[in-house]
Design a protein around this ligand. Structure first.
Ligand code: NAD
Length: 307
């Protein structure tokens, strides 16, 4: 696309850049994500391809005098003033299909690591404790009941992997989805999932209605043997209540990829507990997933700029 420029504040995989170059776009890769640099670079650009750590607020959007599209590498748009962009006639796009399977695989990994006690076994063996194998039982996923909150793109994929891949029973709650796969037992309330599930996995957007959807009362309803997995958004779980539930063993454990504040303060008590495993909001960031996100984000730009 002659004379069109794409600004990428934080470099992406070369496959995405190659696609844009093959279509004739000029690319500007940012040196840092400081607001001053972003404000300067965006002036001459027709598109910005951005990650979560670049604030695309009103001021930045206004500075982009030629801007036609804000293409998000990923799905979360908390860093973009979407309302203002829309009022200016600027497209905001995301790459939902590129990372759903990657996140679903991460969920299965967290479940397996928790149930198979991989972290505990690993630490024990490294400190010379081979006998842990006789003192600590791992658990099987097969026949466990997985409760999924939010049966959208990722929730449905997790459900299929759990049911077909691991022989789990799958129940779920999502008041906004009508038709679901026959193997998912849809519950009429959050309560039913909380009391029945052995593992609860969150796949909800962060909205006022889902903020702290899992808190003190919800932990009290869960089985003492239950695990909580959260790869959705940190604010869906009340982290203080989670720490209390893990310490008091109201639940057995948790696998957490997303935090109320990111990056989280690793001095927090959560990070001292051995019945929680944590990953740094990295569920979508596999090598293959990153390439897909870069290509999808580039395709969105081409679709908008080439009309
Ligand atoms: P989606 O929009 O396809 O699905 C979300 C589902 O939640 C929808 O079906 C919706 O009806 C349902 N829902 C909304 N409010 C609900 C409520 N109160 N109770 C039950 N269900 C409710 O979204 P998705 O692509 O599946 O993503 C799910 C979450 O995962 C999002 O928060 C997204 O930001 C997050 N995510 C995280 C990562 C990561 O790296 N950890 C990567 C991608 C997506």
């Amino acid at each position: 696309m002659k004379n069109k420029t794409v600004y990428i504040p934080l470099d992406i995989e070369y496959e995405g850049k190659n696609y844009l170059k093959s279509r004739g776009y000029k690319i500007i890769i940012g040196e840092d994500v400081e607001k001053k640099s972003v404000l300067e670079a965006i002036k001459s650009c027709d598109a910005i391809l951005t990650r979560s750590n670049v604030m695309i607020d009103k001021e930045v959007i206004q500075a982009g005098e030629k801007l036609k599209i804000i293409s998000k590498y990923g799905v979360g748009i908390n860093n973009i003033d979407v309302d203002f962009a829309s009022k200016q006639g600027i497209y905001v796009t995301i790459t939902p299909e590129a990372n759903a399977n990657v996140v679903a695989e991460h969920v299965m990994a967290l479940m397996l690591i928790l149930c198979k006690k991989i972290m505990i076994m690993d630490h024990a063996l490294r400190s010379g404790n081979f006998d842990i194998r006789n003192n600590l039982y791992s658990e099987d996923l097969e026949m466990k009941t997985l409760g999924i909150l939010g049966l959208g793109r990722i929730g449905k994929l997790v459900a299929a992997k759990a049911y077909y891949g691991f022989g789990m029973n799958v129940i779920g709650f999502d008041p906004y989805q009508e038709k679901e796969a026959s193997f998912i037992d849809i519950k009429q309330s959050l309560h039913d999932v909380l009391v029945e599930a052995d593992i609860i996995s969150l796949h909800l957007p962060l909205l006022p209605s889902t903020h702290h959807i899992i808190g003190v009362e919800e932990f009290a309803k869960m089985k003492e043997s239950a695990y909580l997995i959260n790869t959705s958004r940190g604010g869906t779980v009340d982290e203080k209540a989670l720490v209390v539930a893990l310490k008091k063993k109201t639940i057995a454990g948790a696998g957490i990829d997303v935090f109320e504040k990111e990056p989280p303060d690793v001095q927090d008590e959560l990070f001292t507990l051995d019945n929680v495993i944590v990953t740094p909001h990295s569920a979508a960031l596999s090598k293959d997933g990153s390439v897909k996100m870069a290509i999808h984000a580039a395709l969105q730009i081409d679709q908008v700029l080439s009309g």
